[in-house]
Design a protein around this ligand. Structure first.
Ligand code: GCB
Ligand code: CA
Length: 892
């Protein structure tokens, strides 16, 4: 009896598991690939072992040299396939490869895909070999190329075009009867909710299945809708007949659904739609797949902004690129998910997936966390006037839509970011007018395609601030929503110009909903100023910028959305300035550490009590004592909080209690020498934050007994503090010499001659150093640098960089107005340098040792016995002498 029961259970178990045996199998094949750059005729030894995701550019973009490998590369791998896959329909599925990929199985070509950012898959059964027993070896080879290609968007952009098989790759084995797998690597199931209200909803499910067997099949297609608790909420079922080799489309729907729960930002209630094919009269599952479903309704109103489920919501969030420090774009899923979590933890409710579709993990996280989203194709900056380009742009648009179709978080399809950034041809010329017509035409085609593919979402074009031009080319009229990427107060002069621009849109396009799709300012976490100015890249200027922008957008109800550029710093190989190869507008660093910008939004958006001390990462600071009787240094410290009042203490002693304004309280803190522990507390005492700051007090009097001279690091031509984390040294701004103290004599701060140029010092990447901020600023025409130090042995390090190159370079497209080439200003310079009368640099010249745009430094020993101090004289022979940085260290 007992034996029988077990026998019975076993039979049942096998039956149950037998159901599964027929379903599709999907298996990632990320491990153990062989990789090489260049051509495959190279010796076997040239192959190295890698695993996916992989990019071949993670290292060559991290180095100091400009440029990165753009060309061919190869990936290959041995596939071990189970014998029963012989009866299956096998596909290879790529979540992405940049940018053109050709796939070969056992040496035979199976397909080619164009475009770095969309998924693709190929059926490969007909190329596979099987033995009758056990696994058989098959080889997959993938040729990938990331060269510039005039026919493929993006043509250019402010980001690095990493090459590689940089997302997951899967093998999929289907039964002969399965949901369509050839529809642009989509799930083959398309779910829409044409009508949703609080009380009722309508649901449609479209799709197709194929019968690749040799017999006619009668099947059931069912869609089971499970609620978030896993309970069956609804079921749709229909029977279909498919002849051998046929593809059958289906469309199933439910009209007046009741009892549904809405998906919202606060409560992103997700249903799962599990679609199943079973053969009529049998219980075996032939194929099964699952898609997300959320019931929500939304609208953009040109006067009142955005509404979700009937309630007004100001959309505030960020754009995001898909790369990370040191890793390029080859990120594991968890790092994509983390970015969405960081946005949620900031209090954000919107993600602009820019400038291209990203890993599937991103929208999955948005669905789950309640972050609304826009996604776009990379057809920005400019177009190529060819059929080839248009075909690729349209195809990528279609792929994006079909592949991401079912995500309830997604509400906007976008395309053509800033396509008129720098239009080709002469202004007003016939050619330029013809070019504009082609842009209009392609925009209209992309728009038509998008609306046809998906009538239930919005379309959008993000433009840059050239209002009239975009309007003339109809890029403000074609899409349903207009996005503006605005940098007034950054690339151009005033912060208030931002509000004026928004008002102009509202006046001239009163029926067109407006979204601010980008705004931001570079913030180098290492740079600080108590007198911040535009383009100095300090944390403090970025704070002013974000405060102003957020206020101006909050004041205007017609502004539907505010999207910070960017959630995190990202790779942009051609950029120079203080963080070469990196765009520093992120409110998180490239490795996702918070900057003050992130804290500012937390303080303004989070509803639960929040408090954080600003610039906590600036752990070593320096400043001068107030006077010989006041042995401390007053410096401002910001505290970010969403509470009314906050209290700050230093080493247990109260500094002050201050009200917050726009989430910020600004304290003047008396730092003493050594460790300063700052403690910030909310008024109710509920939550606190702490920061440990190691402060080095300096005296202007270099012979001070209280603070004996030890070291000084000065950046010339600079008004900022620069904290070099690797050495824990702080570079301080220059000052003019006064007796008893230290400083320069003569000369002026280096600035680009062109007045419209936006930079602080030079905008170039200074090569051969990581101390770019020090080298990029300069005192030009310096005559002397003098320090009245006491007797002793010193080391003096002089840092030079010639900031003007004689070689012409293309100006960076984004720095609008920055058109003049600095090569025009190049002059030959020769100078001598003396320390205490001794010549230490002779005929120092920018045509020799002082190679333009390279860092050059030398250390010198100085012995002082007779109270003469240190005097460094600069003697110009041709043009002017320069100095970019100086370090003085007392050895004994
Ligand atoms: C823009 C672009 C974006 C750039 C950004 C910037 O308008 O859309 O790709 O990165 O400006 O930082 O200049
Ligand atoms: Ca400098």
């Amino acid at each position: 009896m007992r034996v029988n029961l077990i026998y019975y259970l076993l039979i049942n178990f096998f039956l149950a598991s037998g159901l599964q045996a027929q379903e599709r199998t999907s298996k990632s094949i990320n491990s153990n690939w062989l990789f090489q750059k260049g051509d495959t005729t190279k010796a076997e030894a040239a192959w190295s072992r890698v695993s996916l995701p992989h990019t071949w550019n993670s290292l060559d973009v991290a180095d100091d040299e400009p440029g990165y490998y753009r060309g061919d590369a190869w990936y290959k791998k041995t596939l071990h396939l189970p014998a029963d896959w012989k009866e299956k329909e096998v596909y290879v599925y790529f979540e992405g490869a940049a940018q053109v990929a050709e796939v070969f199985i056992n040496g035979r070509p199976v397909g080619k895909h164009t475009g770095s950012y969309t998924f693709f898959s190929f059926p490969i059964s007909q190329y596979l070999k099987f033995s009758n027993s056990g696994n058989t070896e098959n080889q997959i080879l993938v040729k990938v190329n990331n060269s510039h290609n005039e026919g493929i968007p993006p043509l250019s952009g402010d980001y690095t075009f990493f090459g590689g098989v940089y997302r997951d790759v899967y093998l999929r084995a289907f039964d002969k009867v399965h949901f369509e797998a050839d529809n642009h690597a989509s799930s083959g199931i398309f779910i829409t909710t044409p009508q949703v209200s609080d009380h009722t909803a309508e649901l449609n499910i479209k799709g197709a299945f194929v019968n690749k067997s040799t017999a006619t099949k009668n099947v059931w297609i069912s869609h089971q809708i499970f609620d978030a608790e896993g309970k069956l909420f609804k079921e749709l079922k229909g029977s279909f007949k498919a002849g051998a080799g046929q593809k059958i489309s289906f469309r199933q729907g439910l009209k007046a659904i009741k009892g549904h729960r809405l998906w919202s930002i606060e409560n992103p209630y997700l249903y799962r739609v599990v679609s199943t094919i079973t053969e009529a009269g049998k219980t075996d599952i032939l194929d099964q797949t699952s898609n997300p479903l959320g019931f929500r309704y939304f609208k953009f109103d040109p006067a009142k902004g955005f509404f979700l489920n009937g309630k007004h919501v100001k959309l505030v969030g960020a754009s995001r690129h898909q790369d990370f420090k040191g890793m390029g774009n080859a990120l594991p899923d968890a790092m994509h998910v983390r970015d969405v979590e960081l946005l949620k933890n900031m209090g954000g409710n919107f993600l602009r997936i820019a400038h291209y579709p990203q890993d599937p993990a991103v929208l999955e996280a948005c669905d789950r966390l309640g972050i609304l989203a826009a996604v776009e194709t990379p057809s920005g900056n400019h177009i190529t006037e060819t059929q080839d380009y248009a075909t690729n742009a349209l195809n990528i648009q279609r792929e994006m839509i079909r592949q991401n179709f079912n995500h309830p978080s997604l509400i906007i399809w976008a395309y053509m970011n800033e396509v008129l950034l720098r239009p080709p041809y002469e202004k007003g010329s016939e050619q330029q007018e013809a070019y504009f017509k082609k842009v209009t035409r392609l925009a209209q085609q992309l728009e038509d395609l998008t609306r046809k593919e998906d009538p239930y979402r919005y379309t959008m074009i993000p433009n840059h601030g050239a209002f009239d031009l975009y309007h003339k080319v109809q890029l403000t009229t074609i899409p349903m929503l207009v996005g503006w990427n605005l940098y007034l107060g950054w690339y151009s002069r005033t912060l208030d110009g931002f509000g004026d621009f928004l008002d102009k849109h509202h006046r001239e396009l009163p029926n067109k909903p407006l979204l601010v799709t980008e705004y931001g300012a570079d913030a180098d976490s290492r740079l600080h100023s108590f007198t911040p100015v535009r383009f100095d890249k300090t944390v403090e200027y970025a704070n002013i910028y974000h405060q102003s922008y957020l206020r101006q957008m909050m004041d205007r109800p017609f502004v539907a959305a505010a999207m910070i550029w960017n959630l995190a710093e990202f790779s942009s190989e051609q950029r120079g300035e203080s963080t070469p190869h990196v765009n520093a507008k992120g409110i998180l660093t490239h490795d996702r550490k918070p900057k003050d910008g992130y804290r500012f939004y937390q303080a303004n958006l989070l509803t639960s009590p929040y408090i954080q001390i600003g610039s906590k990462e600036w752990t070593t600071r320096t400043g001068f004592i107030e006077s010989e009787n006041n042995l401390f240094c007053n410096q401002p410290v910001l505290v970010f909080s969403n509470q009314k009042d906050v209290t700050l203490e230093i080493n247990g002693k109260p500094v002050a209690t201050l009200p917050t304004e726009q989430g910020i309280a600004r304290f003047i803190v008396p730092f003493t020498n050594g460790l300063n522990r700052l403690t910030a507390t909310t008024n109710n005492g509920e939550i606190t934050d702490q920061a440990d700051i190691n402060f080095k007090l300096l005296s202007h009097n270099l012979k001070s007994k209280e603070f004996p001279f030890n070291e000084l690091n000065v950046s010339l031509g600079d008004k900022r503090f620069f904290f070099d984390e690797s050495t824990a040294q702080v570079w301080i701004p220059e000052q003019e010499y006064t007796p008893g103290s230290w400083g320069y004599k003569g000369g002026k701060i280096f600035s680009m001659n062109n007045t419209t140029r936006h930079s602080y010092g030079s905008d170039k990447n200074i090569l051969g150093t990581d101390l770019d901020p020090v080298y990029a600023t300069q005192r030009t025409g310096i005559e002397q640098f003098k320090l009245d130090v006491p007797n002793g042995d010193y080391e003096v390090t002089l840092h030079f960089a010639e900031l003007i190159s004689a070689v012409r370079k293309e100006a960076l497209a984004y720095n609008l107005g920055n058109d003049k080439d600095s090569a025009d200003d190049f002059v030959e310079r020769i100078f001598d340098v003396f320390i205490n009368g001794k010549k230490i640099l002779s005929d120092f010249s920018n045509t020799e040792e002082l190679r333009p745009e390279y860092a050059v430094s030398s250390k010198f020993n100085v012995i002082i016995n007779n109270n003469e101090g240190i005097t460094i004289d600069f003697n110009a022979i041709k043009s002017e002498a320069i100095l970019n940085g100086i370090q003085i260290r007392k050895k004994m």
